[in-house]
Design a protein around this ligand. Structure first.
Ligand code: ADP
Ligand code: MG
Length: 253
């Protein structure tokens, strides 16, 4: 369990996050939704220490053992180990390096075994070819959907405890969006990885997440079971995104 307490952020003196509180339970699938600009990405960037210049962050993180100021939280230690899936999968892949080599390098960086078989296994698990020819390919030779699966494999290569997907499907068509979420669900099932799926689209997030946080203007305005929020949104911002999704998807039955 990881508890984020009273997370506040200012960028160039402008308030961005205002006392955000939430927990991430072990092995759960947590969704974070909210309109564009509500602070979803900044919440994650605060945890990962990836804030832009001019940021002032405060708050605490309790990792189940000890509480630290958010600025001292280490997301890459063996018992926290966060991994973010890049929004555009191409950003996470090195275009000049063979797929197999990228995977091995990633494992090396985290002090994990560097045998080829474990890399092949991850590719196969994600429905990619695990043969020598595939290991020797470069990212540019892959379709968008395959690239995204390689990006997942690259995350898994570091054996993360928490995998974060921030607006992961924006560049995919609707069928591939669902396929992608199915892959994430398999990862969750096979590895017990905690997932955080972030999107402005509550229909998409509730396809996979059990519990949802709704952010609005830098605050958590609602939190609960995803079905309950879809059926009976309480906060004005939740109503807005749920009604928007219902209009778009015709009822979400
Ligand atoms: P979301 O991911 O929910 O769409 P963000 O967390 O990216 O929203 O942004 C939250 C707020 O922070 C927005 O008002 C945005 O304008 C502001 N913001 C984002 N990035 C920067 C930055 N580099 N410098 C200053 N303000 C930023
Ligand atoms: Mg964002």
């Amino acid at each position: 369990m990881i508890e984020v307490k009273n997370l506040s952020l200012e960028i160039q003196k402008a308030p961005i996050l205002r006392g955000v509180n939430f927990t991430i339970e072990d092995h759960e699938i947590l969704g974070i939704v909210g309109p564009s600009g509500s602070g979803k990405s900044m919440t994650i960037k605060s945890l990962m220490g990836l804030l832009p210049e001019g940021s002032q962050v405060s708050g605490q993180v309790y990792d189940g053992k000890k509480e630290v100021d958010i600025g001292n939280f280490k997301p890459f230690e063996s018992d926290t180990r966060f991994c973010i899936l890049p929004q555009d999968s191409m950003n996470g892949l090195n275009p000049y390096e063979k797929l197999g080599k990228q995977m091995i390098k990633c494992r090396k960086m985290y002090g994990l075994s560097q045998d080829k078989a474990s890399v092949q296994e991850l590719f196969l698990e994600l429905g990619l070819p695990g043969d020598e020819e595939f290991l020797n390919r470069y990212p540019s030779s892959l379709s968008g959907g395959m690239r995204q699966r390689v990006a997942i494999a690259l995350c898994l290569a570091m054996e993360p405890k928490v995998l974060i997907a921030d607006e992961p499907t924006t560049s995919l068509d609707p069928i591939n969006q669902l396929k992608f979420l199915d892959h994430l669900r398999d990862v969750h099932k096979n590895h017990g990885t905690t997932l955080i799926v972030i999107s402005h689209n509550i229909a998409l997030v509730s396809y996979i997440a059990n519990r949802i946080l709704v952010l609005s203007q830098g605050q958590v305005v609602e939190e609960g079971d995803s079905r309950a929020i879809l059926d009976h949104p309480q906060a004005p911002a939740s109503k807005e995104i749920v009604y928007g999704a219902r209009e778009l998807y015709g009822g979400l039955e």
